[in-house]
Design a protein around this ligand. Structure first.
Ligand code: GUN
Ligand code: FE
Length: 440
């Protein structure tokens, strides 16, 4: 059963190690035919040469005027913070105490977790996000609900139970022993169950005792193919706090590095105030970074330095960091990344932006062999973008014939209205116009 989609395609054929190589890796096929079978890509070819691939009676979904890109990858966000998105007035540590921890306490309840997991994953799909690396709460139930909902939707999701044993409300604390037992059970239930992967998820150094970090390091050695996700160097007060909690360590990253938490498949969110040694440690350990521009601006945390990240060859994904981030939409997130660059004299091209949300993020999550572009064998997760969803966007698109210029304007003006369809494993999973019609 072969599926066929025709339209304009845009992807990157291979990972790059310098921003300057992106133009060569970019592939823009103005009129292409994508063939898929059993959820994977068979081929992408120019329509003009595709005739031999088309069998009589084959149904072809044609998207004239649209742009088809690989599914967006959100490298860092928190599903239990969906309901506190856009909460007023605080920076990181006060924001955690005022809004985040009370919201996360609700996830001891399986009904609440189940409802919110479904709502959350549907938000990803309506924003064109097909893969994400996600924090649950400290409750194992939160992750069970999320993975079950992801399995129903066939989505490729990486997630884990938050681990924390100090400096949070008692309702959200656990012992390292309890944390380990629950984490082991979750790994058994969900890791490599379909397209699901488990991520060890110590929240951040301030909510972790040395014993807890040592336990996480032990699990990481025992299960080398697990992911690890945490926060690093987001806020100046947070950094000072880590120094006082771990006085014997050289710095914030050294705490994680000491316990064996760096390495391939380790994703560190934020990384705003690193010193040279910390950049080098991330590079040498083959760790990855999640850049979360809307969150970093919203909490007043700081400006991520894309140039330094390229200079150290550190794989980078973009993250919304909902609910400190202010949108689920990666077009809006990339637009904010562009503005973060502007404030530092860095000019983020539209190629680089889309790379960070697709193949670059796939590489940062060690998934570039599995998805992230339209190469044969890849999983067929993609987004059909409508570049002209509003009168203003239509006007702007008509002003130019240059592809990069039009994509850039789409990125700067875009939001969920531009997500026309989202496909998962070769099947439509979200269609804007049918949800509009049914009022969802
Ligand atoms: N650092 C520790 N926990 C969190 C969180 O939930 N959100 C953000 N943005 N930073 C954190
Ligand atoms: Fe976060």
């Amino acid at each position: 059963d072969i599926k066929a989609v025709r339209g304009r395609f845009f992807d990157f054929t291979q990972p790059v190690s310098h921003a300057g190589e992106l133009a060569q890796s970019a592939r823009i096929m103005d009129d292409g035919l994508l063939l898929m079978e059993q959820g994977r890509i068979l081929s992408l070819r120019p329509w003009s040469t595709a005739a031999p691939d088309i069998s009589p009676g084959m149904e072809i979904c044609h998207f004239p005027g649209k742009i088809i890109v690989p599914g967006f990858i959100d490298s860092h966000l928190h599903y239990p913070q969906t309901e506190i998105i856009g909460s007023y007035g605080n920076q990181l540590l006060e924001w955690l105490n005022t809004y985040t921890f009370p919201a996360e306490e609700q996830y001891h309840c399986p009904e609440h977790a189940g409802e919110m997991a479904s709502f959350f994953l549907d938000q990803l799909l309506r924003n064109g996000t097909t893969t994400a690396m996600i924090f649950g709460t400290v409750h194992a139930q939160s992750v069970d609900s999320l993975f079950a909902a992801a399995l129903e939707r066939n989505m490729r999701i990486i997630a884990g139970k938050v681990m924390m044993d100090r400096n949070a409300p008692p309702e959200l604390l656990e012992t390292p022993e309890h944390s380990e037992a629950e984490t082991r059970a979750l790994i058994n239930r969900w890791h490599h169950n379909g397209r699901l992967s488990y991520a060890l998820t110590p929240r951040f150094a301030p909510t972790s005792s040395p014993d807890l970090l040592a336990m996480v390091g032990g699990l990481r050695r025992e299960f080398p193919d697990l992911y690890l996700q945490t926060h690093l160097s987001e806020n100046r007060h947070e950094i000072a706090w880590v120094k006082s909690l771990f006085p014997d360590h050289a710095g914030y990253l050294d705490v994680y590095h000491h316990y064996g938490l760096t390495g391939r498949k380790s994703v560190f969110a934020h990384c705003l105030h690193l010193d040279v040694e910390e950049w080098r440690t991330l590079e040498r350990s083959h760790s990855s970074i999640a850049f979360c521009p809307t969150s970093n601006l919203f909490l007043g945390s700081g400006l991520f330095n894309l140039q330094t990240c390229w200079d150290h060859h550190i794989p980078l994904g973009i993250g919304t960091d909902v609910g400190a981030g202010t949108t689920f939409n990666l077009l809006q997130t990339l637009a904010e990344a562009y503005k973060v660059g502007q404030l530092q004299g860095y000019c983020l091209s539209v190629y680089e932006a889309f790379y960070h949300a697709t193949l670059g993020a796939a590489q940062a999550l060690a998934l570039d062999g599995v998805l992230g572009n339209f190469m044969p064998g890849k999983e067929a997760d993609f987004v059909v973008l409508d570049p002209a969803a509003t009168p203003l966007q239509r006007l702007r698109q008509q002003k130019s014939t240059d592809f990069a210029e039009r994509m850039f304007a789409l990125m700067m003006l875009g939001d969920d209205r531009n997500i026309y369809q989202t496909w998962i494993q070769g099947q439509p999973a979200y269609c804007r116009d049918s949800t509009v019609k049914s009022g969802l």
